[in-house]
Design a protein. Structure first.
Lengths: 571, 116
């Protein structure tokens, strides 16, 4: 037998990062920061039906398929045939893996009724059997599921315990990455206290019923020498096995886009720095019932489809046809987009599944459709499914996931008070842009007001704007301020609008009148100019006539002088 | 599985076979699984031989299988504990684990004495 003192506990090993064996289970490697401790045993404990066998088998099969690490599955509860049958439905072909010597299934049958105990014994047979299985395929991974069956097969618990301790040490010495499963006990992690033998890594699985909804959760109880997620992570058993929902953005490293996308409402775009939302950002539209949250969402969807972008609409309150019909009443026709395949509307009751199922389902749809924008209408309905903390953690994961994919996400949220401060679920910190819709009561009217609560990374309007839901969509009205500086809405706004119009009209009339008067004046001046200039011409004519006469006279005089001189024969 | 045992036997240095003549009564075929020459294994073999001589003289056969030399044989009889004595014949198959130091329990296990 290999004594592995040389394999583990090398002095220079402590300087290196703990080596990990990736599990290949979606999400689990992210929580464990790379996988299970390589060359060491890990304990997976959980109640019956919590998915222990599945998780271990996935670890083994993925190891064989993805990481070229053959594995031995020692089953105490299910026969080789049963295992192969059960896992073929999950897409794991154990028969093929066995044939290719990638996986070795070994069913250990323990039946106490056949066994008589007399005197001292040990479990060397198990060790030899496991050792020979490991050697036969050069296994790097081992699963023992579940070794606690031994406690029903053998009576001498003292021997069992010392042999178990020896087994875990032996596994470590062999340098195989092992998973040992154990049934949850009353007060302990496992019924027979296996956790005291496994020092390195303990994972607990749990299936809980809360308000008639089953939620499976996974938690890393301990992981010596490694950082790991400490939360309880919901997980789901899907068509292809276990999928754990990790917080993918543990490092908040999603790309920030500078490109803008229109909100679908021109004047709202103008309020948001003139260009609308950022691509890949998250937008929250909160408001009380009837403020038109869905209408804003539909405008956004319409604009996205018009850009030729795929849009995914999760409706938690209305059926797809109801959404389309209702939006048609405000002049938004989503039907052509649905038909052309640019818009997908998925409607489901929040109560239909557990929270994590929603999350997984939404992720699955997003992965399948690859939309540019996603609308969740409304997120507040999901609160019915879980506690507030659960919902927040689920939304964090979902929004982070969408952000890493560069998908613009618009969520609506129903709130109860008109103060607009309460965002519901405390999710505003997840949101880049937050629009608050509310009813403003004044002058015995309720009018709808919109304000931008925040919008990260852009200059945005601080003006409360009145908006109307008209037959041509959401329309933002002009701003009218009352004498006291308050926003005028509804009738007051209309009155003010009329008054200002009347004033403007009167002013225009006055201007026209003065214009006409001036024109008249100008005209009469022009006339005078004409008269004067004709007078001027006449005077000028007179002058030139006089000058000519004078010249003539002078000439005549000169001539007569010459004539007289000649006559007098003067010179 | 029995065939495997037969073929394995010649290679096994620890195989110790004793065959007694059957006088009309059924022959006991007993298989003792050990892992090397440990104290427990040796004790089990000595105890087994003594009990057989006392209670099954002339109608028993003991096969000793050393799993260190034939590790794959552990699977056939579902051997976990060492030493394990398996009564192959007469049916049904019975298993007795331990060093067989408690003769009473061995006899009960081999159906040679009704359980009290």
């Amino acid at each position: 037998m290999i004594k592995g003192e040389k394999i583990t506990g090398l002095p220079n090993r402590s300087l290196k990062q703990l080596e990990k064996s990736p599990t290949g289970v979606s999400g689990l490697d992210e929580i464990t920061d790379g996988g299970l401790p390589k060359g060491r045993p890990t304990l997976i404990c959980g109640s019956a039906g919590s998915g222990k066998t599945l998780l271990s088998m996935q670890f083994l099969a993925q190891g064989a398929i993805l990481y070229d690490e053959p594995g031995v599955f020692m089953a105490f509860e299910e026969s080789e045939d049963d295992l192969a049958k059960n896992f073929s439905s999950l897409g794991i072909d154990l028969e093929d893996l066995s044939a290719r010597k990638k996986v070795l299934l070994d069913y250990v049958h323990v039946d106490s009724s056949e066994i008589e105990e007399t005197g001292e014994y040990d479990l060397e047979g198990l060790f030899i059997r496991l050792g020979s299985a490991i050697d036969s395929i050069g296994a790097r991974r081992v699963v023992i599921d579940t070794i606690e069956v031994l406690f029903s097969g053998f009576q001498n618990e003292a021997i069992l315990r010392s042999e178990l301790r020896r087994l875990f040490r032996w596994l470590k010495d062999r340098g195989v990455t092992a998973i040992v499963t154990g049934e949850r006990g009353e007060k302990t992690l496992t019924r027979y206290g296996l956790e005291e033998y496994v020092a390195d890594c303990v994972i607990s699985l749990d299936a809980r019923m809360e308000e008639q909804i089953a939620t499976r959760r996974l938690r890393i109880v301990k992981y010596r020498g490694s950082k790991h997620g400490t939360n309880e992570y919901p997980f789901l058993i899907e068509d292809h096995g276990i999928s754990v929902m990790p917080i993918t953005s543990m490092g908040l490293d999603h790309h920030a886009y500078t490109e803008r996308v229109s909100s679908g409402i021109d004047r709202l775009d103008a309020m948001l720095g003139g260009q609308g939302y950022y691509r890949g950002s998250s937008i929250l539209i909160s408001g009380t019932a009837g403020t038109g949250k869905t209408s804003f969402a539909a405008q956004f969807a319409n604009a996205a489809c018009r850009r030729g972008e795929r849009c995914l609409y999760f409706a938690f309150e209305e059926s797809p046809s109801q959404v389309v019909r209702n939006m048609r009443s405000i002049g938004i026709d989503l039907q052509p987009w649905v038909e052309s395949g640019l818009l997908q509307i998925h409607a489901s009751r929040p109560m239909a599944f557990g929270l994590e199922s929603h999350l997984v389902e939404m992720r699955r749809i997003v992965d399948g459709f690859l939309p540019g924008s996603v609308i969740i209408d409304p997120i507040s309905n999901l609160v019915n499914v879980g506690t507030e903390g659960d919902v927040r953690s689920m939304l964090t994961r979902l929004i982070d996931y969408l952000k890493t994919k560069g998908i613009t996400t618009l969520c609506t949220s129903l709130i109860n008070s008109d103060s607009g401060i309460e965002a519901g679920q405390g999710i505003s910190s997840l949101m880049d842009t937050w629009l608050s819709l509310r009813f403003i009561e004044s002058d015995s009217e309720r009018n709808r007001g919109l304000s931008v609560m925040k919008s990260r990374g852009m200059a945005h309007s601080n003006q409360i704007r009145e908006y109307l839901l008209t037959s041509s969509g959401v329309v933002l009205k002009d701003v009218y301020l009352g004498p006291a500086g308050g926003l005028l809405m509804g009738m007051s706004r209309a009155a003010q609008e009329a008054k200002e119009k009347a004033e403007a009209d009167a002013y225009e009339h006055e201007i026209d009148r003065r214009k006409r008067e001036l024109e008249r004046k100008l005209k009469s001046l022009n006339e005078q100019i004409t008269i004067l200039s004709s007078e001027f011409e006449m005077e000028e004519e007179e002058l030139s006539k006089i000058t000519a006469e004078q010249d003539q006279k002078k000439a005549v005089l000169a001539n007569s002088r010459i004539d007289m001189a000649r006559l007098r024969k003067a010179d | 599985m029995a065939d495997d045992v037969e073929t394995a036997e010649p290679n096994s240095g620890d195989v110790d076979v004793e065959v007694g003549s059957a006088d009309g009564e059924e022959t006991y075929i007993l298989r003792l699984y050990v892992a090397g020459q440990t104290k427990k294994s040796l004790a089990a073999f000595a105890n087994l031989k003594r009990i057989c001589e006392e209670h099954l003289a002339g109608r028993y056969r003991i096969e000793v299988i050393d799993l260190l030399e034939n590790p794959t044989l552990a699977k056939g009889d579902q051997i976990l504990a060492i030493p394990t004595l398996v009564r192959r014949l007469p049916p049904p198959v019975r298993k007795i684990i331990g060093d067989l130091s408690n003769t009473e329990r061995v006899l009960v296990g081999l159906d040679l004495r009704p359980a009290k």
